[in-house]
Write a protein that binds this ligand. Sequence first.
Ligand SMILES: [Zn+2]
Ligand SMILES: [Zn+2]
Length: 334
Amino acid sequence: MRALVLNSPGHLELAEIPVPVPAAGEILLRVRAATTCGTDLKAFRRGHPQIPMPGPFGHEYSGEVVAVGENAPFAVGDAVMGVHSAPCGECYWCKNRQENLCESIMASKVLGSYAEFLLVPARIAGKNVFRKPEGLSFDEAALLEPFACVAQGIIELQKVGSLPAQSVLVIGPGAIGLMFVAALKRLGVPRVVLAGRNPARLVVGAGYGAETVAFADLKPESKTEFDVVIECTGMPEVWERAIDFPRRGGTLMLFGGCPGGTTVTYSTGRVHYDQITILSPFHFGTAAVRQARDWMAEGIDFRPLLSGVRSLEEATATFADLEAGRGLKYVFHP
Ligand SMILES: [Zn+2]
Ligand SMILES: [Zn+2]
């Protein structure tokens, strides 16, 4: 089968590799759609600790089951969508309802969705793969994983009582920031403001009901306005500026993961005397995946996030486009 392999940063190869055979509990998918992701772009640019090189590339997917191992939870012919990891259910963190921090969350992860076929390990097939809702296209269904990250963020905000809220500022109009806007509007947050630099992306946010503003035009004096601020850029300098914007007693959620080894500095007075709650959730647990699936089945429309269909041959050009800020997410039909 044809599969995209990331050999080293910037170097993708369209390789011919054997079609995997599912063992007990595993399923083999004919990939119908595989979407690009900010994590993939990071790996393409500079490498990523969770993406070994050389190695199979791509982790967002939807597809049709074409072969199953013994006792697999799906049958040949099922149309499915899923994410690329699942918690063990047995470690300290899983037992303490922090599945997103499971010590082996990445142990059986799926990589290699930019390929004709994808083998899904038993743990993931059993916990985090679902039948695709009828009304959802394969292209949209491939977005379950990034939306599960967003759903985890929403769940964390609900857990500490920061949602419901009257006003939320989302900084960073990439796919994740836009998904937050869509989810927050769905939850009925009256005022969602989206700040960023890329005008085309801000237009997409306006389509989801956000007020939009250029990031440079955000003034610290607007700091009384927002109950919750969600940082979605993964840039340390934006993490530092973001604390200017929650109201006293408000919440700052630092959502975008920054490059390894970076640090930020905060005013102790701001954190303490203004009592800012700081959250920074990582990854997602099974509840978030199910929440994301439910919202997608109920009709949150993510088609505006898809910037076009590309062939595997165009992969290098596609990531160059993403690097240049052209497009949000591209979809491969391997
Ligand atoms: Zn992703
Ligand atoms: Zn665990």
